[in-house]
Design a protein. Sequence first.
Length: 510
Amino acid sequence: MVTGLPEITPPSKVCEECITGKHKKDSFPSGKAARAQSILEMVHSDLCGPINPISNGNKKYFISFTDDFSRKTWVYFLQEKSEAFEAFKSFKALVENESEKKIKTLRTDRGGEYCSKEFDAFCKEKGIKRQLTTAYTPQQNGVSERKNRTILNMVRSLLVKGRIPKKFWPEAVLWSVHILNRSPTFSVKNMTPQEAWSGLKPAVDHFRVFGCIAYAHIPDEKRKKLDDKSEKCVFLGVSEVSKAYKLYNPVTKKIVVSRDVIFDENTMWNWSENRSIQQQIPVYDDSDNEEVAAPETQAQQPPQPEVQSSQHFEEERYNMRDENSRKRLAWMMDYDVSYSSSDDENAHFALLVDSDPITYTEAVKEEKWREAMDNEIKSNEKNQTWELIDLPKGKKTIGVKWVFRTKLNEKGEVDKHKARLVAKGYKQKHGIDYKEVFAPVARHDMIRLVISLAAQNSWQIFQLDVKSAFLHGNLQEEVYIDQPPGYERKGEEEKVFKLKKALYGLKQAP
């Protein structure tokens, strides 16, 4: 194309000036990367956030875990990035128990939440191979990056379609993941991720339009005879622990979990609507109208001097217990259970004075409660509920407390005084201290059938009670509890009990 061009020999050395001025990133191969050949052979993870606004549960982040073989995804919501390690431990315990296989490889970016010392030490201890992306190269973690992008695209569409406040984004994330796990994907042929993971074809007949109007049935026990039989709610997905729908009542601002639901999928809730109190669905907190109106009445009266007497404290404590633990169900509001004769007032006052103790300090002062606690300890030792050991390194204990109840017979007379040692199960974490919560119950249809057969054949029906039923259940998980208050072993106060049987109060006890 030109004249006078000399013969040019291509340089054999690296030209530093060219590299400095023209260096670019290498292209990524367009072919498919090596895929896992079985579930949990490789897990992809990425953290997304912070998300604004903060959710109702004060969550700002969500972390996703995607199995490379099945492409099924799990999500956990976090308040801070530092909670990623706890989320991974919960995820690991869940999927390994469910699949009976071990996580072999974990692929993540180099975020601080994944590269902490405790995270690295845990993976080395469990034999999990780490694959970390090169700095500023999110393409190497493309499975999780693309999955989070897909989830957020669905979340934005769901919230806009239903005109739902953005603070409900965790519910939209869960519903999006629920749908994606049951939808076709190019990475898995001829089956959904859920089927590739579990081997069972999933059902989708429960899918509903997110954010639509849903009418939840109100149980008979929570309403009076003339109250509405359903409440108007908003559909927010399915429950994670029950085979039921998850709904939200914008009037009462409460989550409702129900399987008896009628949907209006063509109608959305008007979140800008301000309803009057008369139009609101009634909230049943099992309290009388007189108790609700009491603060206003007291506010209008002049303050009364405090009477420091034992009778005053006993009556006040009984009133607190009556409001918290002895409230009547809604359907009982239709019946008058108050005393009308003056002869019964003394009997009622006797119950006020003889109320059950709340703490161990109160109970230990009376012989009847000391005897009840001794019987409970003997029952635990007879059933070999625990063994006294030193607390292993890295383990934590669960506290225990005493619960006292006066048992009455069918005539309303005192039958016995019962003391129950209960574990503080609310401190247990799912996937770490227990795997599932399941309680076998008798169906009402079966009970009616037995009674019907007994009536037709003139049979006698007997009822029995298994004493300390939970103490007959062998405990598979490692659970450590503090020594019961008042029954610490002398000289061994620092030791703890390792449970061998399912103590009352534990999540897995039923």
